[in-house]
Design a protein around this ligand. Structure first.
Ligand SMILES: Cc1ncc(COP(=O)(O)O)c(C=O)c1O
Length: 343
């Protein structure tokens, strides 16, 4: 197994950066008087949130079976994508590698940070061509590889993930935003084996908390420390932190939500697959389908005119629209509108 010296991968100016941690968050107090942070003495939310997100990390540590010092919390996993690029990619010099098509924010944050984006085109089954992966990585030596599994927008999972981790001389980020909907195993257990792995998860999808903006990065102690050293101290607000902490105690909620979503997907797929305007529904391990229509432009416009918002992927993925499952009444509205499509 390759042992990585993570310090060799980290940007020079980040190496010596100390995480900003509020003094009070580093200590335990019994009966404190807080006159240290220029907060207001009164007000409903007058105190800054815990910059170390201790309680949430303890909860997650128990839930995921991973030490708290291997967990970083972000303002959504979006922020963590940005922070990872900030830690490892030297602006103007380094590049990231991402599957194509995949989640657009990897490319967005790389561009914001001044890093090139290398695209690894997926084949007709939306799988990675291993030869192409080896060729790009050897020639261009990207610093970070974003693997999205299940992949947004295609819905399928990446096969043989360990191959990519083993054959990449940089950081491999496995984005598992939709993992709870999938029967595939999370890569969290691989963290013990690979020091160049980061696993991203989020409370935005199966946990139903997109509005709270809370995402998690699981990685080695060293990588976690670097991610924490570049984050804004109070990156997640107290309301969201408390909400998520409460939610983790109601674990059955997520099981029910996932089950309902999957049942609804099954119901919807059964109806969609008999529709004349649809050519193909791609298999999905997530809470959405990539659907190929006979006339995607027309269907998308019709849906939009009727205030049914979907995600047009055509022409990049020819003929395709990404549709996530909603509540039954929303799905019925979609189906009724699709029934009106004339070929
Ligand atoms: C693959 C993937 N990763 C990350 C995110 C962002 O999640 P968050 O809401 O945690 O920022 C999304 C959201 O659509 C996504 O599809």
């Amino acid at each position: 197994m390759k042992e990585f010296n993570i310090r060799n991968l980290v940007r020079q100016n980040i190496l010596e950066l100390q995480p900003y941690i509020s003094f009070r968050d580093l200590n335990e107090f019994k009966n404190p008087v807080f006159l240290d942070a220029n907060e207001s003495a009164a007000g409903e939310l007058n105190r800054y949130p815990d910059s170390t997100q201790k309680k949430l990390k303890q909860k997650l540590s128990r839930l995921k079976g991973i030490p708290a010092d291997q967990i970083a919390i972000g303002n959504g996993s979006d922020e963590l994508i940005d922070l990872i690029i900030k830690v490892f990619c030297e602006p103007k010099n380094d590049s990231i590698l991402m599957m194509n098509p995949s989640f657009a924010m990897y490319g967005f944050y790389a561009s914001v940070n001044g890093n090139d984006v290398l695209l690894l085109d997926l084949d007709e089954n939306f799988e990675i061509d291993k030869e192409e992966f080896l060729k790009i990585t050897n020639e261009k030596q990207p610093k970070v590889f974003f693997l999205c599994s299940p992949n947004n927008p295609t819905g399928n999972s990446v096969e043989d993930i360990e191959f990519y981790i083993q054959n990449f001389d940089g950081i491999v980020v496995v984005d598992e935003a939709y993992i709870e909907f999938s029967e595939k195993e999370s890569c969290i257990d691989l963290l013990e084996k690979y020091s160049n792995l980061i696993v991203l998860q989020t409370f935005s999808k199966a946990w139903g908390m997109a509005g709270a903006r809370v995402g998690t990065a699981y990685s080695s102690k060293k990588i976690t420390r670097f991610i924490n050293s570049v984050k804004a101290p109070y990156n997640v607000n107290s309301l969201s932190l408390n909400k998520i902490i409460e939610l983790i105690d109601k674990k059955e909620f997520i099981m029910v939500n996932v089950k309902n979503t999957l049942n609804e997907m099954y119901w919807l797929k059964n109806i969609l697959q008999d529709m004349k305007c649809i050519k193909k529904i791609y298999p999905s391990d997530a809470n959405f389908f990539l659907v190929e229509f006979r006339n995607a432009e027309k269907v998308y416009d019709l849906l939009l005119e009727n205030e049914i918002l979907t995600s047009k992927r055509s022409p990049k993925i020819p003929g395709c629209i990404r549709i996530n499952v909603g509540r039954r009444e929303e799905n019925v509205r979609l189906v009724e509108m699709l029934k009106t499509v004339e070929l």
